[in-house]
Design a protein around this ligand. Structure first.
Ligand SMILES: O=C(O)C[C@H]1C=CC(=O)O1
Ligand SMILES: [Mn+2]
Length: 382
């Protein structure tokens, strides 16, 4: 392999409308903002990556704007001139000189892997040691805010053979009303359809104890992050108390959290996300801790567009255990995207691309159309 260095890095904010309102405990989304990273190398290859958050700062403490700033002001100047083919060395340098910023680091690592894959003519999953599956089961989130509409949406998606597992976003408003909403949907979809719920940290322990008992009675199969992320002892007591598995999402970032959660028996399932871990390699390290502890693994999403979702798909394809499948449906929630070939969903699964790198390319016209700074870019070109 000929040596290549990183010559430039650009972080572009892209605003895309969603196909419908997406209601979570903490916010309602009508659009999604992607941070698309383009990393150019001295051999002419450009790698791409994506960092995305949910509802700006509603999900966590990194926003698209703060991610772009971290890249523009710190990570790009640090990494330009470094060996583009040595992902471990670049990420170690970023880890040493930049604290936190896991979303930015994930996007940059993705772009390095995409470039390396193109250079070696190998898909990213091959660079991670090889895929153990060629497609990934994908659930769908029902979050329109209306039980009747959610039921219609689920029935139609089952009919289209697109999804057969559904996650319900709850935790907003009266917990009893939340439980009634879940029970209505579970009853309408029947015993064979797995229903999971995501509370996004909205309940205190007493509320969670009462509500999870009722959710268990209603037939829910998995409860995600019922209590605030730092309330790990509460999470542990809930995981020990109930038969229904409890999944850690916001409480789990990298391998260190995984180790502590596993040692304490605080979660039955881990929601892996490349952006929380700070990259594909850190996601696999987090997964390894879970696997060593016998914890179930689930391929989570930050509701990324195609670039971020496919990056995650390469990591999840290389993950030996993935007992709970994935939720990599982000591209389907967006009205449009900025790639030339949108991901393929078939028979309830996302097909993992087999082409070099990520296996997808940017649609530069779409990127120019949806980028937030398009007026300024047009003026600069004119
Ligand atoms: O897991 C989350 O909290 C965020 C995300 C995943 C699916 C969805 O609808 O929202
Ligand atoms: Mn979640």
């Amino acid at each position: 392999m000929k040596p290549a260095t990183i010559v430039s890095m650009e972080a572009v904010l892209v605003d895309l409308p969603t196909i419908r309102a997406h209601q979570l405990a903490m916010t309602t989304m009508h659009r999604q903002t992607l941070v698309i990273v383009k990393l150019r190398c001295s051999d002419g290859i450009t790698g791409i990556g994506e960092a995305t958050s949910i509802g700006g700062l509603a999900y966590g403490d990194q926003s698209p704007e703060s991610t772009k700033l971290a890249i523009d002001a710190y990570l790009a100047p640090l990494l330009i001139g470094q060996d583009a083919g040595n992902v471990n060395a670049a990420m170690a340098l970023a880890g040493k000189q930049v604290q936190g910023q896991s979303y930015a680091k994930s996007a940059i690592e993705t772009a390095l892997f995409d470039a390396l894959g193109q250079r070696l003519d190998q898909p990213v999953h091959a660079l991670l040691g090889g895929a153990v599956r060629t497609s990934l089961p994908v659930l769908w989130t029902l979050a329109s805010g209306d039980s009747g509409r959610d039921i219609e949406e689920a029935l139609s998606l089952i009919e289209q053979r697109r999804h057969r597992v559904f996650k319900l976003k709850i935790g907003r408003g009266d917990p009893d009303a939340n439980v009634a909403h879940v029970a209505r949907i579970k009853q309408a979809l029947g015993a064979d359809v797995l229903i999971t719920v995501d509370v996004n940290q909205a309940w205190d322990e007493a509320t969670a104890t009462r509500a999870i008992a009722a959710l268990e009675d209603a037939g829910v199969g998995l409860v995600e992050q019922p209590v605030p992320r730092r309330h790990r002892q509460a999470l542990r007591r809930l995981a020990q108390r109930f038969d229904v598995p409890i999944m850690a999402d916001e409480s789990l970032n990298g391998p260190e959290d995984a180790l502590e959660l596993a040692a304490e028996g605080a979660a039955d399932v881990f929601a892996l996300k490349i952006s929380k871990a700070g990259g594909l390699l850190a996601t696999l390290r987090t997964a390894a801790v879970g696997e060593a502890a016998g914890v179930g693994l689930y391929g989570g999403t930050m509701l990324e567009g195609s670039v971020g979702s496919i990056a995650a798909a390469h990591a999840f394809a290389a993950c030996p255990q993935l007992r709970w499948g994935t939720e990599l449906f982000g591209p389907l929630l967006l009205k449009d995207d900025v790639v030339l070939q949108r991901p393929v969903y078939r028979d309830f699964e996302l097909q993992v691309p087999q082409g070099p790198g990520l296996g997808l390319r940017l649609d530069e016209d779409k990127l120019a159309h949806y980028r937030r700074d398009r007026e300024r870019v047009q003026v600069a070109v004119a």
